[in-house]
Write a protein that binds this ligand. Structure first.
Ligand code: NAD
Ligand code: DAU
Length: 332
């Protein structure tokens, strides 16, 4: 039985990944998570306690990390500060968790000779024009825009350097925008769903025409596992499911699915430095590792996600007011 350490396993994608791993493999899992505002033990509720344990701690705590690594075969690294708007308000925690945290894990991976998978984002590549026929590939030059994406880019480069200089057995994946259950209400889709559930109107930044390439978090999980199980050490794999949609299109769809007029949204102040479009070409992952996404019906995925938020108000309601107060302060 593989002993896996999952950093950030109490966050959105990490907790969905832990569930996925327990369902499809026989791993035992230790979650290492600082339980910041974005992490919650309740996202792991109901999982088999004989297979999952949670350690509350910081990935930048070298003593703790060293102790934990010695008992594991694999590290899957999701932990990060992840919200662009927060990184524009206060970049400090992003440098700490995303750069120093990843460095700390890499040093332990080097010492213990442990297999390491680094989870990253398509945002490291910057953005594309709306009419650009190109999509991001593994060869696209890095060009991050925000404090968040620049710290993720830095972490990717650290991983590459630790592979080349110290022989760390690592892989990297860069994925597009995820949606699904357990996503924090600060993020676009949960914010708009929970606004409507609370009788508020969705709020679109700028002209609403920015495009994101949506993938269901279950498909992200299966892709990460494919890279862990079949990927080549030292290589990078882009993860995407051909889900490009403008923000306004997403909001109109979810208003319709929630029984509201499709025009019942507001345009608000744009994000500073707002990336226009992301788009992933995942040919390498599909052709080399035989991966295919399963949750490609976006409306069905959105319907299920709306139902999840409708049924899980105790999970998201406590954080909603504080999030909206932060947005209110910037007119968003
Ligand atoms: P999230 O914000 O929901 O969860 C992040 C988790 O990391 C939280 O549980 C938090 O408590 C934990 N964490 C933060 N700093 C920590 C630290 N110093 N030590 C230990 N734990 C810490 O984020 P998410 O959306 O689930 O993203 C997970 C990973 O996937 C990130 O690395 C992110 O860059 C990447 N990613 C996200 C998306 C997306 O659409 N959300 C897309 C591609 C890649
Ligand atoms: O592309 C992968 C990235 O996707 C991940 O690396 C990040 O961790 C994740 O947060 C996400 O980044 P985005 O900035 O694209 O996601 P966000 O949910 O913040 O916003 C999605 C789009 O919606 C973006 O164009 C901004 C817009 N938006 C967002 C919010 C919160 C709005 O129009 N209104 C809003 O209220």
């Amino acid at each position: 039985m593989r002993r896996s350490l999952v950093t950030g396993g109490a966050g959105f994608i990490g907790s969905n990944f832990v569930r996925h791993l327990l369902a499809v493999a026989d791993d035992s899992v230790t979650v290492l998570d600082k339980l910041t505002y974005a992490g919650s033990r309740s996202s792991l509720e109901g999982l088999d306690p004989d297979r999952v344990s949670v350690v509350t701690g910081d990935i930048a705590d070298a003593v703790l990390v060293d102790r934990l690594f010695s008992g594991h075969d694999l590290v899957v690294h999701f932990a990060a500060e992840t919200h662009n708007d927060n990184s524009l308000r206060d970049p400090g925690p992003f440098l700490h968790s995303n750069i120093v945290g990843t460095y700390t894990l890499l040093e332990a991976a080097r010492k213990h000779g442990i297999r390491f998978h680094h989870v990253s984002t398509d945002e490291v590549y910057g953005d594309l024009e709306l009419d650009d026929p190109a999509r991001f590939t593994e060869l696209t030059p890095y060009n991050p825009s925000s404090p968040y994406s620049s710290t993720k880019a830095a972490s990717d480069l650290l991983v590459r350097a630790w592979v080349r200089s110290f022989g760390v057995r690592a892989t990297i994946s860069n994925c597009s925008n995820n949606y699904g259950p357990f996503q924090h209400v600060e993020k676009f889709i949960p914010r708009q769903i929970t606004n409507v559930l609370q009788g508020q109107r969705p709020r679109l930044y700028g002209d609403g025409l920015n495009v994101r390439d949506w993938i269901h978090t279950e498909d992200h999980s299966s892709a990460v596992l494919a890279v862990i199980d079949r990927g080549t050490i030292g290589e990078t794999y882009l993860i995407g499911a051909d889900g490009e949609r403008s923000n306004i299109e997403v909001v109109r769809t979810l208003l319709r699915l929630m029984g509201e007029p499709e025009t019942a949204f507001d345009l608000v102040r744009d994000r500073v430095g707002h990336d226009r479009r992301y788009a992933i070409d995942s040919t390498r992952l599909r052709s080399e590792l035989g991966w295919t996404p399963r949750f490609v019906d976006f409306e069905a995925g959105l319907t299920h996600t709306i139902e999840w938020y409708r049924d899980h108000s105790p999970w998201w309601e406590p954080g909603k007011e504080a999030v909206e107060a932060l947005y209110g302060a910037t007119g968003q």
